[in-house]
Design a protein around this ligand. Sequence first.
Ligand SMILES: [Zn+2]
Length: 287
Amino acid sequence: MLVSAKEMLQKAKAGKYAVGQFNINNLEWTKAILLTAQECNSPVILGVSEGAGKYMCGYNTVVGMVNGMLKTLNITVPVALHLDHGSYEGALQAMEDGFSSVMFDGSHYPIDENIEKTKEIIRIATEKGISVEAEVGAIGGEEDGVVGGGEVADPDECKMIADLGVTMLAAGIGNIHGVYPENWTGLNFDVLAKIQEKTGTMPLVLHGGTGIPAEMVKQAITLGVSKVNVNTECQLSFAAATRKYIEAGKDQQGKGFDPRKLLAPGTEAIKETVKEKMELFGSVGKA
Ligand SMILES: [Zn+2]
C-alpha cells in the first residue's frame, strides 16, 4: 500500500540520512526502482512529473501500475508516489487520483500567492493523509520545459512556507536540474544552514541530485536534507546501457529485438544507479 512521505522523511531527518526520490517514466523504471528498494530494505519515493504523468496515460494509470507492482512484487518497504513539480491544478488532480504525496511548486508565484495556494493544497492533503512538498526559490535548469535561473532561497520565506504545515520543503541553494555546467559554483551551504536553523525539524529537499559531487550531497544531508531527487542520472544510465546493447549488434542476434531483452540492460543499469544512490544517501536498511 502506498504511504505518505511524512513518516519516512521525519525518521530520515532524525537519523541524519536521506530518502531518494527517483522519477519514473514507464514500467521498466518503476519495476527497477521498487525491486532495488526492496533488495536494499530502503524506503523510497517514486517521483512523477506532470510530463511523465501525461506520457504514462495519466495519474490513474500510474496509480494502477504502481499499486499492482506493490502487490505482485511483494514490496514491503515504505513507498510514496509523489507528484514532482506539480502545478496547482495538477496537484489537485493527483490527490484525487490516488497519489500519496504531492509537490506544489508555487515558486514562480509572488510569495503571497504561493502561500494562499499552498494553504489550499495542504487543507485537502491533510484530510486525505497525503504529504505535501513546497518550493521556495526557483531551482535552476529545466523543470519539464520551465527553465529557472538557479536562485538561492530566502531563509525567512522558507520559514513562512514551512509554518503553513507542509511536510517537506525544497529550497534553491544553487542546485539545478539536469546536467551541471562546468562553471557551476556548487551548493550554498551557508544558506542551507540558515534555512535549517529557521525551519528546525522540517525535512529539506535537494532537487537536481544528478552531478552534485558525493561529498557535497553528504554535507547537505548533515545540514538537514532528508530527501534527494534523482532523475537525469537514471536516464543517462538507461541510455548508455541501451546504446551499448545496440552498438554491440545484440538486437540483431537471435531474438535480441524482443523488447523484454532490448530493455533489460537499461533496466539493470537503473537498478545499479538507484542502489549506489541509496548507499550514498544512507537509506539502506532503514525501511
Ligand atoms: Zn526538481
